[in-house]
Design a protein around this ligand. Sequence first.
Ligand code: ADP
Ligand code: MG
Length: 691
Amino acid sequence: MYLNELARKPDELKGVGPKTSKALAKAGVHSVADLLQYYPRSYEDRQTSVSLSEAEDGKRVNTIITVLGQEYFGWGPKKTLKVWVKDDTGSATLVCYGRNFLADKLRNGTTHRLTGLFQYKFSELQSSSFEFEEVIPGGEMSRNFGRILPIYSLNAELTQGVLRKALDSAMTGFAQYLEEELPLEVIKNNGLLPLSEAIKNIHFPENPEKMRLAAETLKYRELFYLQLMVGRRAWERRSQTRDRANLTGVWVEKLLKNLPFSLTKDQEMVLQEILGDMSGGTSMARLVQGDVGSGKTLIAFLAVLYCRERGQQAAFMAPTEILARQHGENAAKLLEPLGIRLGFLTGNLKDKNRKYLLEALKNGEIDLLIGTHALFTKDVHFPDLGLIIVDEQHRFGVNQRLALKKKGKSPDFLLMTATPIPRTLAMTAFGDLDVSLIKTMPPGRIPIETHLCRDDREEKVFEWVRREIDAGHQIYFVFPLIEESEKLNLRNAEEGFRLLQEKIFPGIPMTLIHSRIPEEEKRSRMGLFTSGEAKILAATSVVEVGVDVPNATCMVIHNAERFGLSALHQLRGRVGRGKSASYCFLIFGETLSEDGKARLKVMKESTDGFRIAEEDLKIRGPGDLTGKLQSGFLQLKIADITLDTKLLTQAREDAFHLVQQDPGLLSPDNKGLREVLERCPPYPSIFLESG
Ligand code: ADP
Ligand code: MG
């Protein structure tokens, strides 16, 4: 019997009645399999002895005591029993608040197993929170002592006792018959426990070492399955072959020749990787990671030219209209002169214009279609779509990507992101993509200086900004909200803008954008800032990605503590794009927590997007980035991809190795894996939604 085959209801277990069964269901436990995988949240070690002499503040004593004497203190209803006890190393008192009836049990001269939390009070070692049971010569120890007790997460109806009893039943009834899932080789090489033993020891550990091993085994198991799915998906993709293309790079050379600069080493390398993919016998699925301004867009355009050389069309999808438009403008500058025919499609293109564009596309008169998610609406037909580029891919859902993919036969995929994806996530959420990194920036960039400032001293920031404006530069002001909120005492963009306009910088031309301003109007206001007419752009985080105004040298972020680190990094990336020194001011509210301060300090100290993303992941957990992923197939019950990095890496290596040896899992050694995977929810696609 495999673990996840144990679909029986918990109430079939001895000692589990309808009431307990209902309480378990509330905790998400609907079957014996669920119950066995309802892992303890922590343990109480009543096995390792800890003598009274070792009792420090907070450390739990676990020893054998003899009762020395009893006394009472207080009067009337407050009269309380106090019992003097000793073990081999020292003595202490047990204070029995509300438990005077213990006098009968803790009689002078009797011996007991005792566990409790002790404290020095009035130079006396005392406990009022203790459990004990009498040691009777020849008698048996109860289940509550002499072992490591599991502590479970509870709800209103569940108690530790109920859970322990249910698990005891499940253990004797089922756990010992569990069939192995992982190949023996994998268990042996990693020094793991057999599954049945791991399950037994995670709930009722024989000793601390077995407990550790059980946890490691079960974590490994989860991570191994995850990576097995990732590995199999990658293998599936690679097994769908196509004709190789012999690309000479004529079109690419044309663009490179026109550029006033040469590619950085990293860009060069990524371009080679893309060439390898695009001329290869299987379709490309590559994620290019590079900080804002590292030159990814240029790489994407070069890929379009390889696609053009193959005689196919390309689609370039951006998450917002502003960003799509910017790519469109760049493409017009760089690609159109080479004879690449461009189309631009967003939701705002309507009626006749839309019809003409789609006609042209269908007739093969467009080589590169740039736009927003409008690209994958039903009536968009490409004669031969060969390349799909998705910018800031984590903002697109998996369904959207699939819809676009269906518009070609087996199109190449190029995903670009400036949100650095921490290594552990890259190995899971995006685990079956090939990853390229652009680490170095184009030469000549001056690093951005970051300053933290409390909001009652923001006048200093304004002075600085004034000097920058006088020097002819432009400024971003970012606010966490669009308009006033009753609940949150935060600066909002509407009010902030009014203040800037009327009080702080009267007479300086400025403009405001946020998501509630109509697209048309937003575009024209953006235009004011891009052209340099407006000196200040006040905005919400809509300027987070893509906006490129090299003359802007200051980024001022109000209530910076409200933003995620990665978002702050993206915002900061809006400046430092020109030749002048640039500054980022993070203004925070007075009520900033220690944690919040630590986060902002990371921003001050680092401009390394990867380090910032790792910190972000540590602070916030993977939930944000993985979103759907966590709630979907990746239901990790015990492993944590942010903490169990070493296990994750090992599991990945083992799983990928196995897929290489036996992709169909056909060998008898892999029967367990095959059975288990058949019961797993399907791994959604090569692209997982993550935001
Ligand atoms: P990203 O898409 O990574 O944010 P872009 O491709 O938009 O970056 O490049 C940012 C700016 O740097 C653009 O103005 C681009 O022309 C320029 N650029 C790109 N590659 C280089 C390079 N190798 N040397 C100098 N400038 C470059
Ligand atoms: Mg970009």
